[in-house]
Ligand binder design. Structure first.
Ligand SMILES: [Zn+2]
Length: 108
């Protein structure tokens, strides 16, 4: 059984980092500090940057969802239980993939 309070702390820390990153990306996307240029070519550069920012925000959001699921599973005392087959997920697997809710067999 992994040390749940340490895992929880690690997840909360990562959650804070990701929230920060998403907020910054979203603020940039709204062009609060960088209003869209009048020039079309400059706008194209800004818009392609927006795509990158949106991708950052999307991937952070996906990870945030996984973290909140993992935190709920910790609260429910089911962190190490496979959501697929109900057996215990190997501690090594939880260490390498802390947000997983499946054992190695169910994940593949
Ligand atoms: Zn399983």
């Amino acid at each position: 059984m992994p040390d749940l309070s340490a895992v929880r702390e690690q997840l909360l820390k990562r959650q804070a980092e990701l929230r920060n990153r998403t907020e910054r990306a979203n603020a940039d996307l709204r062009h609060q500090k960088d209003p869209l240029a009048a020039d079309f070519a400059d706008q194209a550069v800004q818009r392609s940057n927006d795509d990158v920012l949106a991708a950052i925000s999307d991937s952070a959001q996906g990870e945030l969802n996984q973290i909140s699921v993992a935190l709920r599973r910790i609260e429910a005392g089911q962190y190490a239980t496979c959501a697929g087959c109900g057996t215990e997920i190997a501690p090594e697997r939880l260490r390498s993939v802390p947000y997983t809710d499946r054992c190695a067999a169910c994940a593949t």
